[in-house]
Write a protein that binds this ligand. Sequence first.
Ligand SMILES: [Zn+2]
Length: 345
Amino acid sequence: MIEQLEQVEKQALAELEAITTVESLRTWRSTYLAKVGPIAEISRGMGKLSAEERPRVGQRINAVKQSLQGAYDALEQKLIAEQRARELEHDRVDVTLPGRPAPAGRLHPTTQTLREIERIFSNLGFTVWESPEVETDEYNFGLLNFPPDHPARDMQDTFFVKMPPGSPKVVMRTHTSPGQIHAMRKFAPEPVRVILPGKCYRMEQVTARSEMMFYQVEGLAVGENITMGDLKGTLQEFATQMYGPEATIRFRPSYFPFTEPSVEVDARCFLCSGKGCRMCKYSGWLEILGAGMVHPNVLRNGGYDPERFSGFAFGMGPERIAILKYGIDDIRWFWSGDLRFLEQF
Ligand SMILES: [Zn+2]
């Protein structure tokens, strides 16, 4: 019997050796340490033993049981500890790692500049007003005093919208100036002070200096006793707020059909302060916008009596304003969608 017992113990310990999971350890216990099994069976045979042999064998049985239970307990502890360690390793979080930044979006430089222009003119008492991007030839040209043979009305320069025969000629607006007529007709004979931001379209060769689609911001003020001095004061204030207290502007005579007199407005070069550099082509000045006093014909078309009312108008490109403010070398960057450009603003 003792031999049998030792055989069972040896086998049980050998099997235990190979166990690597808690599940198979539990199976092992139900095989060797439960109420049915090889050891229990050997115990039942004790009845056949003599009174002298019985205690010796009994002790031996107990010793084997204890040794197996001890081996079981030790292995169980070890396996549970290992399993926990594996779980911890798997779910490990390194709290010392730096966080992953969420990429933040931003406004397009044109939008930023548009908003800055709108903010400045709002503070000067102008209302932001919008007008359609598709206009009749009459609004885009005729009511703005363009003569019928003006080159801008040519197919080569303007996008015409295909219309059914007999309809009025319709164009993608080439400037925001038709908004002047819309605004005057809306407010006349009350005084009006608006800026009109929006997209314009011209059939242009795309170059570093011109795009087919571009933004413009038109400004218009009509009332009694409005003079060129008001125009100059307004634009000087705009330049100061946009480019800083050092900004200086000057007027140069020019020509637009819808203003008389007309001027080009230059700002003293921000880069060289007027000494002359590559940016200003060594003139010391940068052209920023066109302006003038509203032509009497245009005032009349808008519903004002030019004998009583006068007004000024100006038009600027926010891309051009931004180009000068940030020293950008190519207008095509604005529509390139290139993040290397956009992320600088
Ligand atoms: Zn310069």
